[in-house]
Design a protein around this ligand. Sequence first.
Ligand code: PGA
Length: 253
Amino acid sequence: MGKFRVGTGWKMNHTLAMARDYAQALAAAERPEGIDLFVLPPATALTEVVRLLEGSGVRVGAQNAHWAEKGAWTGEISMTMVADAGATLIELGHSERRAHFGETDLDVNRKVRAAIDHGLIPLVCVGETGDDKRLGAAIETNARQARMAMAGLSHAEAAKVWLAYEPVWAIGEGGIPATPEDAKPVHAAIKRAVLDLVGVEPPVLYGGSVNPQNAEALAVVPEVDGLFVGRSAWTAQGLLQIATLAAQARKRG
Ligand code: PGA
């Protein structure tokens, strides 16, 4: 199953200068053992962050890319461009993409296919809204999104995919972090859904208001294979603090 993964999507934050500071600080820092770190800068900073983190073991990825190889898609970037920038990871289907840019499960499926074809690791976000949860459809929604993202992949291809459970009600300012009790059954259901579909149990990270107060409790849930952090990891120190807390908590067991 590999190491415990801790990483962050910067969303629409950080100029090139800020990205450089972040990457340099991360490259120079002592990084916790047993943790696979990753950062997802905006596309404008991708090549520079890749360059500065080369040889550090910290993975770098993009936050979104199109499924088409190239062409008349103004404003988009392709998987080829992401790979060309030196990134190895691609975040897909974040709830902000789904909500603000109308991304569907079918879009996410096409993007997963394209990512795999370009040798990128897809990090697919799934998650129910507050209404889904209130009406008792959390498990179903997540299982459906995970299945639709991965439909059509072979066993070997599916084994490359990471998923993140990101309940929409937990994300961002005003989000309420999921508790380990909230996360556990949904993570288990996502794993089961993917196992049924493609015969592979995927790593499932948790994301949504992860912070230094809740990182330890989430990191020791057996079904949680990593933490995907937003606001609390928009500084290198923030990411390292959460990664260190997770590493210590897992060592304690
Ligand atoms: P947050 O973002 O940690 O700021 O809630 C999480 C995410 O969107 O992945």
